[in-house]
Design a protein around this ligand. Structure first.
Ligand code: 5MM
Length: 341
């Protein structure tokens, strides 16, 4: 492991207020989002959509790293350029999703375990050759009656840890993503408790397995009530709960936290990120940025609808959401900026 390489990659990804664009939807997830927009669920349409994203003019003003899927990193643009090269030439570091999605955790109803450790060392070497300098693994934790169980938390944290050690061995920065889902009617307090338990367990395991905290990025959820909860929390309350939870659980030597958006509206995700940075800027030891998928992409995808004639406007929307995410990272966002001029 070359610690300097890992540090340099992280520094470059988050330079000048930039953050990460997650565009690594697995084919089933991407197809689901295409179906909702009447877009044909084909490999060629996924290629066209990812080409639209990586060729968006000015994307590099706000995005320092983009997470690709296995399919996308092997695809080329119309003029034969690998997608990863196009990003690299624009100063956006390509990353790769290396988990192989979730499956049910045997013996634990309604809980999931993420797969993908088999052959990971070899896959990382291959991805490195085509330009990937960071990788991502997402664990999924569900809140419900009597879940998550300790067994589920431990199993997922173990997998995240083994993934992180293999990435660092290959000089690839691991983005460690333990996502506590917003699905359900749980309170913000319950989300706080589960997030704290998962993060504390995670960092204990990472420490045991000698993961270099300075050479990793944490991708957590914000602390927020479940989607079906009647509880309504102010933006400042979400920011407070999230900042408190992270301060209680994440070592100060971790250089950067990049939130997932988790199904929040793009505006809400920006408001929350902004409030965390604005209200707590003197207390947070880390860069607090974004690694949004839906909160950056959704308006763009909805506008594109699979038609060439919509590409220009869709790219404008993508550029705008990426820009607003950066402004929120700097704590200088306000809702008037939502108007697309
Ligand atoms: C882009 O979606 C990523 C891959 O998920 P699937 O394997 O389920 O398709 C996902 O890990 C994403 O990076 C995170 O969930 C963050 O996305 P959001 O939309 O929550 O910001």
């Amino acid at each position: 492991m070359d610690k300097q390489i890992l540090k340099d990659t992280i520094k470059q990804v988050f330079s000048n207020g930039k953050g990460i664009l997650a565009m690594d939807e697995s084919n089933p997830t991407c197809n689901k989002r295409f179906a909702a927009n009447g877009i044909p669920e084909t490999e060629e349409m996924r290629r066209k959509y990812r080409q639209l994203i990586v060729s968006t003019p000015g994307l590099n003003e706000s995005i320092g790293g983009a997470i690709l899927s296995d399919e996308t990193i092997r695809q080329k643009t119309d003029d034969g350029q690998p997608m990863a090269d196009l990003l690299t030439h624009a100063g956006i570091i390509p990353g790769i999703k290396v988990d192989m999605s979730t499956t049910s955790l045997s013996g634990f109803p309604n809980e999931k375990i993420t797969e993908g450790l088999d052959g990971l060392r070899e896959r990382l070497a291959e991805y490195k050759k085509v330009g990937a300098r960071f990788a991502k693994w997402r664990a999924v934790i569900t809140i419900g009656n009597d879940i998550p169980t300790r067994a589920c938390i431990k199993a997922n944290v173990n997998a995240l840890t083994m993934y992180a050690t293999l990435c660092q061995e290959a000089d690839i920065v691991p983005i460690v993503e333990p996502e506590i889902l917003m699905d359900g009617n749980h309170s913000m307090q319950r989300c706080y408790e589960v997030t704290e338990e998962v993060l504390k367990t995670l960092f204990y395991h990472l420490y045991e397995f000698k993961v270099d905290f300075e050479g990793m990025i944490l991708k957590p959820n914000m602390v927020i009530a479940g989607k079906e909860s009647e509880e309504r929390n102010s933006v400042d309350a979400v920011a407070q709960a999230t900042a408190n939870c992270l301060l209680a659980s994440v070592p100060a030597t971790v250089p950067a936290i990049a939130f997932l958006s988790g199904g929040q509206s793009p505006q809400k995700a920006c408001e929350h990120l902004n409030a965390i940075n604005k209200n707590f800027k003197d207390q947070l030891p880390w860069i607090v940025a974004f690694s949004f998928a839906r909160a950056i992409q959704q308006p763009c995808l909805d506008a594109w609808k699979g038609r060439d004639s919509n590409i220009e406007f869709a790219q404008k929307l993508l550029y705008h959401r990426a820009k607003l995410s950066t402004v929120a990272r700097l704590g200088t966002y306000n809702s008037k900026m939502e108007d697309l001029r």
